[in-house]
Design a binder for this molecule. Structure first.
Ligand SMILES: Nc1ncnc2c1ncn2[C@@H]1O[C@H](COP(=O)(O)OP(=O)(O)OP(=O)(O)O)[C@@H](O)[C@H]1O
Length: 595
């Protein structure tokens, strides 16, 4: 067996928290703690700070002064207390047992949820990130004598009902399989020997480094979100990225949660970053109750929740983002389609700003550090659809959806602007729409998607998808322009043809784009149903125009009682949408011709 760097070996075989260096605290400024006496310590090495052994990470080295950010509350910490360096960067522990977990930013299991909405974990606690005692039914995929290399499939264990957890050969390991143990094993038990060296199921990956892949693939398949406004007008690619900027209360969290529940990803990693404790407790209480709309099994069986509330130390927000994306990459490498939701990336940016100001760095725009753009880019660039390393050949994807909370809903602020340049979709939430209770409050004039997915939709859903999508988009734009005229001059100023456009725009907005996340029947809409609804609205426009050409008065056309039927499309029985659409198109045509 060959291993590259033994210090970064991924195959874990025991707890080896060894202090390589030991110094003293000389300065404390909130989460930023400086120490001396750590001459061998490197940037981003993990440190244990104070007598309570608080978890931290080196973020700056200035001569013999080592500056760290501490992921736990530093209240009570005193100058002179010891600081130990471990000589290792921050790692994620990866292996069976991750799915269904509820973790803090540094991947510690969060067990105690209090009733007042706060989440507690004892300071300095260093529990195993994954259960060391649980036995998993390892099913080998290799035989003695097989030659294996990084990323090759060694075997799998069932994790929940939906996911087969694939155990891969760690990076840096290659050779011939010399023994296989097809038996119930803990994550630390060797399951395969390669050239006589044991390989267990647990992996350790540094959080800040993207994982190697064989190949990045073009993004040609959508991640179906179940949200009509997104799938129709601003679809996100599987392996792409999207941001949801929106002012206070515009529906970012509700939308992120809807995506976590209903998108077509195999696995969801949901990171609640710096949001209010009660909001996150709601998520933590609600998710375990939910069942997977696809399999009926508990949704948590394919979900990992990372919670980092606003009352937790700011530095841990960064760790929660990196933990989330590393877990997402881990399942991607197994060949899964993973979606990572981050709510909210602004709170991470604010944490960077706070730490940077305590470091007395030169601030850039709005007080954010000059490296804000690079940090955000490093995160969004970890999205992608890839051919994974190793055999059998498999593809996987990580799609990132990041909420952004600009103060006062002002999209010109640095986090929105920097994220906008990086993400392929911009789903702009609009305060005016949310005040009108138009949800999801995605503004169809300001949002965009850069992914060309028409070909997929035309092939897989219906060949009229892309023409109808273009028609709907143009109709909404035209209606927007006409609304301005109406607000100045009144509806009477419009020609009959324009009043039909106005009514069709209204149908698109109210009967198609609006979708309540709290309506069990309508919270998620498959694309086939969406297309059927769109066809009906399109045909309604045609029927109204032909009535107008026959000389029917415009007020009779736009106020025809049958138009209220459009509002009932969302209640169609799921199995008969095409029949329901055909019947409604016929009925509207008949009623329009009887006017
Ligand atoms: N898709 C939706 N369907 C129905 N109601 C919605 C939807 N989205 C948002 N709402 C309503 O808007 C409220 C606020 O939504 P949410 O908490 O997601 O906003 P937010 O942007 O995350 O807020 P904050 O800025 O506080 O983080 C919800 O409690 C709900 O009443």
């Amino acid at each position: 067996m060959t291993t590259t760097d033994p210090a970064s070996r991924e195959s874990w075989s025991g707890n080896r928290r060894v202090a390589t260096d030991s110094g003293r605290v000389v300065r404390i400024s909130g989460p930023v703690v400086s120490a001396t006496g750590l001459p061998h310590t490197r940037l981003f090495d993990v440190v244990r700070v104070g007598v309570e052994q608080l978890l931290g990470e080196v973020i700056k080295i200035d001569g013999d002064l080592v500056v760290t950010q501490v992921f736990e509350n530093t209240t009570g910490l005193q100058v002179g207390e010891p600081v130990e360096a471990t000589g290792e960067p921050l790692y994620a522990e990866l292996g069976p047992g991750l799915l269904g977990a509820i973790l803090d930013g540094t991947q510690r299991p969060l067990q105690n949820l209090s009733t007042d909405g706060a989440l507690y974990i004892a300071r300095g606690a260093d529990p195993p990130r994954l259960d060391r005692d649980l036995r998993w039914d390892f099913r080998p995929a290799v035989d003695v004598g097989d030659r294996v290399g990084p990323g090759d499939l060694l075997g799998s264990v069932p994790e929940g009902r939906a996911i087969e957890h694939r155990i891969l050969v760690p990076t840096g390991v290659s050779g011939v399989v010399t023994s296989v143990r097809p038996e119930p094993s803990t994550i630390l038990d060797p399951v395969v020997d390669v050239d006589g060296h044991p390989v267990a199921m647990l992996r350790r990956w540094p959080l800040r480094r993207a994982r190697p892949v064989a190949n990045r693939l073009p993004l040609t398949v959508p991640l179906i979100t179940g949200q009509r406004v997104l799938d129709l007008l601003f679809p996100v690619a599987r392996g792409g990225s999207a941001i949801i900027p929106g002012g206070f209360g515009t529906g970012k969290t509700v939308l992120e949660q809807a995506l976590a529940k209903f998108s077509t990803a195999d696995i969801v990693v949901y990171v609640g970053c710096g949001e209010r404790g009660n909001e996150l407790t709601e998520v933590l209480e609600e998710f375990p109750e939910l069942s997977d709309p696809r399999t009926g099994a508990p949704l948590m069986e394919r979900t990992v929740l990372i919670a980092n509330t606003s009352n937790m130390p700011v530095a841990a927000r960064e760790a929660s983002i990196y933990s989330g994306i590393t877990i997402a990459e881990y399942y991607r490498d197994q060949g899964y389609d993973v979606a990572m939701m981050a709510d909210s990336t602004s709170r991470w940016g604010e944490a960077l700003r706070e730490v940077s100001s305590r470091l007395e760095e030169m601030p850039a725009e709005d007080g954010y550090p000059a490296y804000l753009a690079t940090r955000l880019a490093g995160f969004y660039e970890r999205a992608g659809a890839v051919t994974c390393l190793g055999t059998p050949e498999r593809t996987g994807a990580v799609t990132i959806v990041g909420a952004v909370s600009p103060a006062g809903g002002d999209f010109s602020e640095p986090i929105t602007q920097n994220s906008l340049r990086l993400a392929g979709c911009f789903w702009a939430l609009d305060t005016a729409l949310s005040r009108q209770r138009h949800f999801p409050a995605v503004n169809w004039l300001r949002s965009f998607s850069q992914y060309g997915l028409d070909e997929w939709f035309d092939r897989e859903i219906g060949s009229d998808w892309s023409p109808l999508r273009r028609w709907a988009s143009a109709a909404l734009q035209d209606e927007g322009a006409l609304q301005e005229v109406v607000s100045l001059l009144g509806v009477e100023a419009l020609a009959a043809e324009q009043r039909i456009t106005l009514r069709i725009g209204q149908a698109l907005r109210e009967d198609l784009l609006q979708q309540s996340s709290f309506d069990d029947l309508d919270a998620s809409c498959p694309p086939q149903r969406l297309l059927a609804m769109l066809r009906v609205i399109h045909e309604t426009g045609a029927a109204m125009r032909s009535a107008h050409q026959r000389g029917v008065a415009i007020t009779a056309i736009t106020s025809a009682a049958v138009l209220t039927e459009l509002g009932r499309m969302r209640r169609w029985p799921p199995d008969h949408v095409d029949d329901s659409a055909t019947r409604l198109i016929q009925r509207i045509a008949e009623e329009m011709s009887s006017l």
